[in-house]
Ligand binder design. Sequence first.
Ligand SMILES: Nc1ncnc2c1ncn2[C@@H]1O[C@H](COP(=O)(O)OP(=O)(O)OP(=O)(O)O)[C@@H](O)[C@H]1O
Ligand SMILES: [Mg+2]
Length: 503
Amino acid sequence: MNSEPISILIVEDQELIRLGLRLSFQRQEGFVVVGEAADGLSAIKKAIELRPQLAIVDIGLPGLNGIEAGRRIKASLPATKVLILTLKDDDDSILDALHAGADGYCLKDISQEDLSEAISRIVDGHFWIQPRLGRRLGAAFVKQSAGAVEGETLTSRKREILEILTRKLSVAEIGQLLSFTEKEMEEQFAPSQSEAGSADAKPQGKQSSGPRLFVGTVFAGRYRIDKFVGQGGMGRVYQATHLMMDRKVALKLLHPQFIDDRKLVKKFHQESKSASLLNHPNIVTIFDFGVSDDDIPYLVMDFIEGCGLDVILRESGRLSLTEFYEIFSAVLAGLNEAHENGIVHCDLKPSNIVVERTARGSRVKIVDFGLARIQPVGKGLQFRSTDAFEIVGSPLYMSPEQCKGEALDQRTDIYSLGCVMYEALCGQPAFNGSTPMVVFMKQVEEMPPPITREMLGYEPPQALVDMIFTALRKAPSERTMTALEMRQVLAALSGEKFGKTTL
Ligand SMILES: Nc1ncnc2c1ncn2[C@@H]1O[C@H](COP(=O)(O)OP(=O)(O)OP(=O)(O)O)[C@@H](O)[C@H]1O
Ligand SMILES: [Mg+2]
C-alpha cells in the first residue's frame, strides 16, 4: 500500500523557478504540490488555508522575507515543516534561518534527487542542511582547531551555527555533515578513556547524555570550551577557560531532562549551593552554577589535571597499599568534611574521585557532590521493561537502601566507598554480575568474597579488611564507622605518614 504523498507549498517570487519546482515534483511519486505563493504574506495565508506538510521557501521575497514568513508559518502551524531554498549561502542567512526555526536549508543548485531526499528526511522529523554548507563549516572548524591565524578562524556566526546544529543533529550526522575524519570526531565527541569499556552497567543512551559544545565556542557568555573531557549519566564535562579571569575550569553541562520540572531546578540550585559552600582541599571547588539562556543547567568547578580513579584502576588493575592509604585517606578527609556539614554525596564511585599525581604525591579530590540527588525520579532505577532499564548512578557502588529507593543519609556514602575500596584493593568489584539487575540483587542481599592472601599476593592487613566489611554491611545502622574513624584506621595502618595529610 502506498503511503500518502507529502503535501508541499512552494513559496517563490520567480515564476520560472516555481514552474520548475512544480514540474519536478509532478514527475516524482511521493510528493504533491498543493499550492504556490509569490510573496511572504500570501505564503502565510496559503499555508494556514492548505496546511501543507512542508513549505519550500525562498528568502528574497517581495514584502515580508522568506525567513520571517517561515517563522510565522511555523508559529501558526507547528506541524508544518519549513525548508529554505535560496541562492544565499552566507553565514548570516543560515543563522537567521536557524534562529527562525527552519527545518532545513538548501541552495538552489541542489539536485532534484537531493531535494527529494532532504524533504523526506525533514518530514520524518530530521533537520537537513546542504552537505556543501556543512563541509564549509567543518573546514573552518578544523582550521581553527589547528590554530589557524586570526581571520581564518571560526567567526562567531559560524560557531553559533555549529552550536545550533549540534542540538539538532546526532553525533553521527554532525560528523557526516562536517566531513570530519574519525580522529576529529574523537577529539570532539568520543568519551574519554575514563569511561570506555567499563564492566559496570552505565545508563543506556549515553550518546544523548547532555548538550554538546564545540571546542572554541563560548558558553554562557564567559566560558570558552577548550576540550571535551568525558561524559557520565548526567551530562558532559568540558575543560574550559573563564574568559575574564583567564582561568582553567571544568564545565559540567547537565542534561536538560534533569531540570525539566521546577522542583528539580530548585533542587539543582540547592544542591549546587550546598556543594559550593564546601571548602576543603579534597573536595573540588564549585564556583559557579546556573541555567544558561538556552536552558542548559551547568556547574563550573576547578579543573583537576589528572584522571579519575576509574582510569587508574583500569590501567593498573589495583592500588598498592601505599597508594591505597594515600588516596583513601584524602577521600575520607573530604567526605568527613562534607558529612560534618550535613552533605551526602550519594554517588561515590571511582570516576567521581579525581587524582592528580604531583612530584609530592597524589592530590585527590571528590567531584559531583549531591548531583545524584537531582535525578528526575529521586530513585536509582527506573524500569522500562523487564530486561531493558535505565539507571542513574552505577549499580556497582550503590548502597542497598539506594537500590531499594529508600531514604539516604551519610551511611550510603560509607557503603559506596566500601565498594570502591574493595575494588581498589582487590582489583575486582565487590559485587559483579552479568546484568545490572544481578548486581542490584547482590548489593541488597550478599556480602562480597573474602579478601584473601591468594587474591592480593600478600597478607591483607586485618584492620583494613574489617573496616571495608563494616562499611559494606547491609543495614545502615550496622555500618558503625564514620568517615573520620575510617580515616583514623588508615592513619594507624600507614603510620603517621598519612595521619594528618590532606594531600
Ligand atoms: N573538575 C574536574 N576536573 C577534571 N576532570 C573532571 C572534573 N570533573 C569530572 N571530571 C572527569 O570528567 C569525566 C566525566 O565526568 P562525569 O561526572 O560526567 O561522569 P561520571 O562521573 O562517569 O558520571 P556521573 O554523571 O554519574 O557523575 C570523568 O572522567 C571525570 O573524572
Ligand atoms: Mg562524575
